[in-house]
Ligand binder design. Structure first.
Ligand SMILES: N[C@@H](CCC[C@H](N)C(=O)O)C(=O)O
Length: 293
């Protein structure tokens, strides 16, 4: 384990990450080290940490290489509290930007960059919003957990949606209720999903659909990171839930406004079922060195 770590700070719609390259898989940080780096007062500060490790050099990468040998790089994602998550939609765009800007991969317009994750290989392309990531197949979870945020008077039914990582989406009445929701603590879910869940609070725009595109606003409390300015897989879950609630004729193209900006969500058929894609910006903000001592 090295004494110092060269890192880059990046963000996608305000969801921010510490990134570093560990090609050989030698820098396996423990949860307390990750939490210390992500601490906003005593560390660099971030919603999560992304380690770029060659798929061949991390146990979880074997499945990625079996799925697609082109997935040379694996996104080892950690939440701010040090816990492992299967997937990160904003993170994978920032990860792609990081690989490209550091000469670790190339991606011409029209080409696809395959990236290994714990929820399978994810394909990233450039597009007008920055990058688009195919988040793969999604599924509805059974049951409707009741969700209560701190200052919501009445518990609301949530819709469980799995995008590789778990989400519960809750519809609120209007913008005022969304703005006033206190997401500073973990929303109470009943029953509580075994692996926890990211909880998205969503309000449809009025009108919901403009020029064939659905519009919603969302705030999120992320498992392992607390309230963040954006969650990419959460935005996809929120669009999927709203389409589900809207019923027949609802669009397959969505704009999701989050506190940190706007992301695009698109549902499309494939041979192995419907996939959902997430589009949005990805920027690298600064670089530095930190001590692991
Ligand atoms: N911010 C991410 C999701 C990160 C993982 C999540 N907190 C979890 O535990 O599943 C995104 O943009 O998707």
């Amino acid at each position: 384990m090295p004494a110092d770590l060269h890192f880059t700070k990046g963000q996608g719609t305000g969801n921010d990450f510490v990134l570093f390259t560990d090609p050989e898989g030698e820098v396996d940080l423990d949860p307390s080290q990750v939490a210390a780096i992500c601490d906003r007062h005593f560390g660099v500060g971030a919603d999560g940490l992304l380690r770029a490790v060659r798929s061949a050099n991390i146990d979880a990468g074997a499945a990625s290489l079996a799925e697609d040998p082109a997935a040379e790089w694996f996104m080892d994602y950690r939440n701010a509290d040090g816990s492992i998550a299967e997937m990160c939609g904003n993170g994978i765009r920032v990860f792609a930007r990081y690989l490209l800007d550091n000469g670790l991969a190339t991606l011409e317009p029209g080409e696809t960059l395959a990236i290994g994750t714990r929820s399978g290989v994810r394909d990233v392309q450039r597009n007008t919003l920055g990058f688009q990531a195919d988040l793969g197949r999604w599924r509805l979870e059974g049951g409707e957990p009741l969700v209560r945020a701190k200052n919501l008077q009445v518990a609301r039914p949530g819709l469980g949606i799995n995008l590789g990582n778990p989400h519960v989406v809750v519809a609120l009445a209007d913008d005022a209720e969304l703005d006033e929701a206190d997401l500073s603590y973990i929303p109470h879910l009943e029953p509580s999903p075994v692996d926890g869940a990211n909880v998205e609070f969503v309000v449809p725009s009025d009108p919901l659909v403009r020029d064939g595109v659905g519009h919603i606003r969302m705030r999120v409390h992320e498992r392992g990171s607390g309230e963040t300015l954006s969650c990419g897989t959460g935005a996809a879950a929120a669009a999927l839930a709203t389409r589900h609630w809207a019923g027949a004729g609802a669009p397959n193209q969505w704009r999701v406004t989050v506190p940190g900006g706007v992301v695009g969500v698109r549902m499309f058929p494939t041979e192995d079922g419907e996939h959902v894609a997430l589009s949005g910006p990805a920027e690298l903000v600064y670089e530095g060195d930190l001590s692991l001592a």
